[in-house]
Design a protein around this ligand. Structure first.
Ligand SMILES: Nc1ncnc2c1ncn2[C@@H]1O[C@H](COP(=O)(O)OP(=O)(O)O)[C@@H](O)[C@H]1O
Ligand SMILES: [Mg+2]
Length: 258
């Protein structure tokens, strides 16, 4: 069967103390069309390294990344859009200038780019904020702008690295719910990287559980919360939520305090 994204035997090491330290070892995984896949693992297990390999920003030592069966290892594919943990908006650009960035880079005409950006702002209920600067909007809005900036280029696969980490709980829940609605409506494949078990179980159709040193996949879990609702509290209250949570918690265990 062909997958939207497939990773075959990915390994990665970094130089350390004159030798090399193995960060990721023999990772095999995939994501299908319209699927929401989460990677959950402790801090330092290599999640961001993996993210950079999938986006093509980093070359693995070994292994291959295939998108729609096509080799993309070590290259940035236009079919992949990503949202970083820190929103990384350009502070000297207004909200709308940040949103059009991806289109600008792709050489889309200015007029068309701004029309599409205005439409995005309307959909994401941020009309009236076009000309504000990042310093003038809230953390949640910044994260929303970062998502818009990715969505506007219409990638097939969206990668997110702890995108909602620094947000307070109610805001996080609101943005997670929005994310689920948007990616379902736009029929996107999502690969969502997090250290937060609760977040993974709440959002994902399928979860890869990772351990650290070296980073390896130690379990793959298909999640069925018994509801299709995009509302986070409803998903969180699902009867079998805690079973999944427990299972992953037992997989990961309690990390030693470093
Ligand atoms: N460029 C680098 N050079 C050397 N070591 C690195 C580099 N980037 C990350 N590391 C190390 O690799 C490990 C995994 O890091 P990372 O992928 O950021 O993990 P995570 O995102 O799961 O917290 C950590 O021990 C980190 O210190
Ligand atoms: Mg990280």
């Amino acid at each position: 069967m062909s997958h939207a994204l497939e990773a075959i035997s990915i390994s990665k090491s970094y130089p350390a103390d004159g030798g090399r330290v193995q960060i990721l070892r023999d990772l095999n995984f995939h994501a299908d069309d319209n699927e929401f896949v989460a990677f959950v693992g402790p801090s330092g297990c290599g999640k961001s390294t993996l993210f950079n390999i999938i986006t093509g920003l980093l070359q693995p030592d070994d292994g291959n990344i295939l998108i729609d069966n096509e080799e993309t290892t070590g290259t940035t594919s236009e079919r992949v859009g990503y949202v970083l943990q820190k929103d990384l908006l350009f502070p000297w650009r207004t909200v709308i200038e940040n949103v059009v960035l991806g289109l600008e880079i792709r050489g889309v005409r200015r007029r068309e780019a701004y029309e599409r950006a205005r439409e995005m702002l309307r959909i994401y209920r941020m009309e009236g904020y076009e000309d504000k600067y990042p310093s003038q909007i809230s953390g949640g809005m910044k994260q929303r702008v970062a998502l818009m900036r990715t969505m506007i280029t219409d990638p097939q696969i969206i990668l997110m690295d702890e995108s909602y980490k620094a947000l307070d709980y109610p805001l996080k829940i609101a943005l997670e719910g929005e994310l689920l609605e948007v990616v379902r409506r736009e029929r996107k494949t999502v690969i969502f990287i997090t250290h937060d078990i609760e977040e993974a179980v709440t959002l994902a159709d399928r979860i890869y559980v990772m351990k650290a040193r070296p980073g390896e996949i130690i379990n793959e879990i298909r999640v069925d919360l018994g509801t299709d609702s995009p509302l986070i509290p409803e998903r969180r209250m699902s009867r079998n939520f805690n079973d999944y949570y427990d299972l992953i918690w037992k997989n990961i265990g309690i990390a030693p305090v470093l």
